[in-house]
Design a protein around this ligand. Structure first.
Ligand code: CIR
Length: 254
């Protein structure tokens, strides 16, 4: 059974961190409606939801992906790169402790889960504005005993590794080459986002279905032309907080 941890949209999401887009007014109620539809989509694909309550003083808490990395053998609680987000990990750790042995990134390491792309036994970790080499060294010592290969990937001009690259089927990755080089991903088929949709590389693969933002119709056509089954979701309001489809859940085998 798949479990999906989610967290309700903060009423103060308008005070979220922003790095690469201009601040626009965010309607928390509209964001919550979109988030609910996203959760419904997860349920329709077989996930059992564990919903954490809204946190007025944690504007970015809906983006639970950044608080942990969950593998079959263990969970790593992150130490988010943005100081304002550090307290978000506590509630997520309480849930994950029921399912996994817990490890945690220690200071001076910083890591956002959005920088960790797991493809089978290969764990690609983005060296980004949020995640540093110290955290990568810690992850390596946590995971190599379990036979994972941890690989560093440099990202530029975007928030996280998974802003630039995600998995869309067993052997294929969806990539924005302006934000990440493809050299670390030799051996995978590379699908490029449409150049007019730079934020379109963030997709969420569940079994053999890709949850994907409705806004990126051209890239979606490319995915469908490649035989990939796509479930569009409207996430325009959360996109104003620099959020995408991976960042709103933590999905793992329960
Ligand atoms: C932040 O800057 O931390 C949030 N406003 C957005 C986080 C998005 N997280 C993700 O894509 N994994």
């Amino acid at each position: 059974m798949l479990v999906a941890i989610t967290r309700e949209v903060s009423r103060n999401i308008g005070q979220c961190e922003l790095s690469h887009i201009e601040r626009e007014a965010i309607d928390p109620a509209a964001a919550a409606v979109q988030h609910r539809a996203y959760e419904d989509c997860l349920v329709s694909l077989g996930c059992e939801l564990v919903r954490l309550p809204e946190e007025p003083d944690m504007p970015d808490a809906v983006f639970v992906e950044d608080t942990a990395v969950v593998l079959d053998e263990l969970a790593i609680i992150t130490r988010p790169g943005a100081v304002s987000r550090r307290r978000e990990t506590m509630a997520v750790e309480s849930v994950l402790a029921k399912y996994r042995r817990i490890h945690a990134i220690q200071t001076p390491g910083t890591l956002d889960g959005g920088d960790v792309l797991c493809v089978g036994r290969r764990i690609f970790v983005g060296l980004s504005e949020r995640s540093n080499q110290e955290a990568i060294t810690q992850i390596r010592s946590m995971l190599e005993p379990y036979d994972y290969r941890v690989e560093v990937v440099h990202v530029r001009d975007c928030l996280h590794l998974k802003s630039a690259v995600t998995q869309v089927d067993q052997g294929s990755l969806l990539v924005n080459r302006n934000w990440v080089g493809t050299e670390p991903f030799a051996g995978y088929e590379i699908l490029d986002v449409d150049s007019s949709e730079p934020f379109g590389a963030n997709s969420l693969l569940i079994d053999d279905v890709v949850i994907y933002p409705a806004a990126y119709a051209r890239t979606r056509n490319r995915l469908e032309d490649a035989g990939i089954v796509v479930r569009p979701v409207e996430l325009s309001e959360l996109a104003k907080a620099e959020g995408g489809v991976t960042c709103c859940s933590l999905i793992f085998h329960g």
